[in-house]
Write a protein that binds this ligand. Sequence first.
Ligand code: DAH
Length: 339
Amino acid sequence: MKEKLEAIKSAALAKMQEAGTLDALNEIRVEFLGKKGELTSVLKSMKDVAPEDRPKVGQLVNEAREAIEGKLEEIKKMLAAKQREAQLAAEKIDVTLPAKKPVIGHRHPNSIALEEVEKIFIGMGYEVVEGPEVELDYCNFEALNIPANHPAKDEQDTFYIGGDVLLRTQTSSCQVRVMENQKPPIRIISPGRVYRSDEVDATHSPCFHQIEGLVIDKKVTFSDLKGTLAEFAKELFGENTKVKFRPHHFPFTEPSAEMDVSCFKCGGKGCRFCKGSGWIEILGCGMVHPRVLTMRGIDPDEYVGFAFGVGLERIALLKYEIDDMRLLYENDVRFLKQF
Ligand code: DAH
């Protein structure tokens, strides 16, 4: 019996020594100590041992079990440590590898230009206000001295929502809304989207942007208008920019003018950019028509005003030397990422 137990013990120890994984080790445990294991079967055969020998044999079996269990525990710890080490090695991250850079977009050239214009006027004490794109015919035309059959309405054909509601053709409609809600002195600019039923080409789009300006106070003169817009042009296009006012007609201003800036590309000598003239047309402006003030309940004998309207795309195209307006709307990232 003793030899048999010794044989079992050394067989178990030898096998465990060779176990490479925890699973293999567990199989060995079952093989020797499990219900049908070799050591267990020795225990089961105790009934065949003479009663006086049983304590001795029992002690031998226990010794063998303890030896096997001790070794089992020892090897189990060793294998678990090995396994953990392998796992850590496999999961190791190299913190010195360069990180993936997030792709960050940036503002559209229209937005960059608008922000620049807003900054200039805010610097001169203007407030930025916005008005609705879906507008009443009354605010877009009627209250701007453009009655139902006025030819200006034909030039600014738009999309009609129905009845007296339309998509505004000009941010000048904001003049009406501001005068409705604010008492003079008024000094605002109002940027936003406007609509016209125009075909798309290099210089036209059915939807574009304007920035309206309106100043109403007691002693406002045409000189103030000129000075303000000349300063605006210098800040936007450079210190040496000159301005020129040409007489024009707008129903809501009297007198009205269009302002040109000296070509910032050639300095006024004439080049391809300014089509040889040395000047570039940039905005419409004028002194607010007394009738426009009267319709809003502002006394034209007490208050005077000037107004102007700039096309935002026009500024973006000029500033960034873009030759086709469609590029601003196509959202081709290869184009947009240049700005
Ligand atoms: N609303 C005009 C347009 O769309 C631009 C304009 C001209 C606005 C003269 C004004 C102004 O406020 O005084 O053509």
